[in-house]
Design a protein around this ligand. Structure first.
Ligand code: TTP
Ligand code: CA
Length: 364
């Protein structure tokens, strides 16, 4: 097998950039995209922020009230509610441009994809670098969106590389540069290494990826368990054999039921939701999938439709997580519910393949 050439493409500050796109005046201001909770006021969290807002310490996941405090001195700061449908439309446009340049296209999420381009660049990293630049130009020309691309011999290094220089970055790590590139990076740069693992390494006085090479695989396995330990051992050496797999983002699975009686009672509906989750989970499992988006659907007694969905931080195949989120969505959807509900549905989308132990994404 010849050298592989893999791209990881990640759209910059995605939701906030979409907002700038439809309102270019925002570009000079701090922009925060917010997921408001139903408790009203400023309760809720930041989904993402543009780079001006990030300079003030605003980042994904912090409470909206913190972000407002941090941006106190910027009277021009803008706080906008999320508009998933609009972001999806932009994403689909950009993905269709990107897809044209791939031998194999793997959609990961709204703002992320892997491309295998080994054949079309004939394993040549110079050609790969040009192709990546062409993709960036095409996405900018046709969709007005900026993205960052990482180019290397596998998904792991391509992903680390796309994150290396942001926004609007292009980082090419050719085979002979892998060791040098990885070695100097903070251990945290390895996808799947979270705060807990990082803290353990800090205690051992390990800071950069090169430090990890002092540990053999047995020690790592003992410390972190066989799966995670082996993953870290390989990742430190830039080893990842996971292929880029063709993936269609539009597929989703759903289950729907007609209720024994029309109702808007939480307990009654939750019982039904939990059962639907069990059935849906069976389908997901059978198809060897993980999902990243969960939604519920009401068909109300007047036959109108109501849906609510949320995006998880990481893909999962877990039933409890499915039920927990579906219940949460149910609770939120019932807050201002006037009609009773006749049919009830649960769906999962943003599907990805549930993969083997070596896969980096299974840690997300
Ligand atoms: P990211 O790719 O993590 O972040 P980003 O695109 O906003 O910024 P950048 O890549 O330039 O660092 O996430 C992609 C989108 O997913 C993001 O625009 C908003 C959403 N998101 C959330 O809603 N909540 C979160 O906690 C995170 C991390 C992302
Ligand atoms: Ca992104």
């Amino acid at each position: 097998m010849g050298a592989r050439v893999v791209f990881h493409i990640d759209f910059d500050y995605f939701f906030a950039q979409c907002e700038e796109l439809r309102n270019p005046d925002l570009k000079s201001k701090p922009v925060c995209v917010c997921v408001y909770s139903d408790r009203g006021g400023d309760s809720g969290a930041i989904a993402t922020a543009n780079y001006i807002a990030r300079k003030f310490g605003v980042k994904s996941g912090i409470p909206i009230s913190f972000a407002k405090k941090r941006l106190e001195d910027r009277k021009d700061a803008v706080f906008l509610p999320v508009d998933f449908d609009y972001y999806l439309e932009i994403s689909e446009n950009a993905m269709s441009v990107i897809k044209e340049s791939a031998d194999i296209f793997e959609y990961v999420g709204k703002d992320e994809a892997y491309l295998d381009v080994s054949n079309r660049v004939e394993g040549d990293f110079n050609k790969a670098s040009h192709l990546a630049q062409q993709i960036k130009n095409a996405v900018r020309d046709k969709v007005k969106l900026s993205c960052s691309i990482g180019v290397s011999t596998n998904k792991l290094i391509a992903k680390i590389a796309s994150d290396f220089k942001k926004p609007d970055g292009l980082t090419v790590v050719s085979p002979e540069k892998i060791e040098e590139f990885l070695g100097q990076l903070k251990i945290r740069a390895i996808p799947g290494i979270g705060k807990k693992t990082e803290d353990r390494f800090t205690q051992m006085n390990f800071e950069i990826i090169d430090d990890l090479k002092k540990l053999d695989v047995f020690t790592l396995n003992k410390e972190f368990g066989r799966k995670h330990g082996t993953y870290i051992f390989n990742a430190a050496r830039g080893i990842d054999t996971e292929p880029v797999k063709e993936r269609d983002p539009s597929v989703q699975y759903s289950k729907i039921t007609t209720l024994k009686k029309d109702s808007k009672d939480f307990d009654f509906l939750a019982e039904n939701i939990n059962q639907l989750c069990v059935e849906l989970h069976e389908v997901v499992k059978k198809n060897n999938r993980m999902f990243k988006s969960i939604g519920i659907q009401f068909i109300q007694s007047d036959l109108t439709n109501k849906t609510k969905s949320r995006m998880l931080k990481n893909p999962t195949a877990n039933l409890e997580e499915l039920q927990k989120n579906a219940n949460q969505l149910l609770k939120e959807a019932l807050e201002d519910q006037k009609n009773t509900i006749r049919r009830l549905g649960v769906k999962v989308s943003e599907l990805s393949e549930l993969r083997g132990q070596s896969d980096i994404t299974s840690y997300f």
